[in-house]
Design a protein around this ligand. Sequence first.
Ligand code: CTP
Ligand code: CA
Length: 233
Amino acid sequence: ANQPAETLPLHGLHVLVTAGPTQEPLDPVRYLTNHSTGKMGYAIAEQARDMGADVTLVSGPVTLSAPRGIDTVHVTTAQQMFNAVQEHFTQADLTIMAAAVGDFRPIEQSSEKIKKNGRVNIDLRLTSNPDILAWAGAHKTAGQTLCGFAMETQDLESNAAKKLTSKHCSMLVANNLNTPGAGFAVDTNVVTVLKPGETTDEPIIEHWNKMSKQELAERILTELAALRNTESA
Ligand code: CTP
Ligand code: CA
C-alpha cells in the first residue's frame, strides 16, 4: 500500500473523468434526467487516484460524496459538463467519460412553474445537447487516450462499434442494461470492451466477466495505461 509514488502505474498522469447523470431543467421545479448514480465513474476516479494519477472528476448531481484527493467539479446540465470538460481536456493524458449525459434538453426553460390549466396533453419540445465525448474525440492530440462508455438495450456490439469509430475513442466500454449484474445502481458490471482494429476496420471485441465496479475500474485503467504505451510507441 505504501508504494513509492513514482512507481505507481499512473504516476505523473492527468486523468479526467465524467460521471453521473445530467439534469435538464424544464421550469424552476422540474427537470429531465436518467437513472445514473455515478458509481462507475466515481470508482474510476478513485482507482486512478490510487494508481497515482492527478484526477479531475466532472460530476453531475449524485448522492455520492466528493472523493478525497480528487479535484471534483460539480455540474448540473450537459452544457455545464461540456464547459467543464473543455476547460480540463487539454491537460488530460487519459480521459474516461462514464457520465450518462442527457442527449436532449427542453428547447426553452420556463422562468415560472408550468401550470396544468386543465390540460390533458402537453407537448415538450426538446433540442440536442453537445456530444462531449465526440467533441473530445475530434479535438484530441497525439498522446491523449480517450475512453468512452456505451449503454445499450439491443444490438450491443454493432451499436458500440459505431460509437467507438464515430467518437474516435481508443477504447469503448459497453454494457447492456438488461444483463443481470450490469446497469444502474448496482455494484457490479458486465461489459464488452471494444478497441479499434489494428489492421482492419473491424474492432477488437472482448467480453469481460461480471466483476465489481471497483475491479472493473482497475481493469479499465490498466488497459488504458497499456494502450497509452502502445499508442506512443
Ligand atoms: N456522451 C457524451 N455527451 C453526450 C452523450 C453521450 O459525452 N451528449 C458520452 C457518454 O458519456 C458515453 C458515450 O458518449 O461515454 C456514449 O453514450 P451513449 O448514451 O451510450 O451513446 P450516444 O452517443 O448518446 O447515443 P444513444 O444514446 O443514441 O445510443
Ligand atoms: Ca445518449
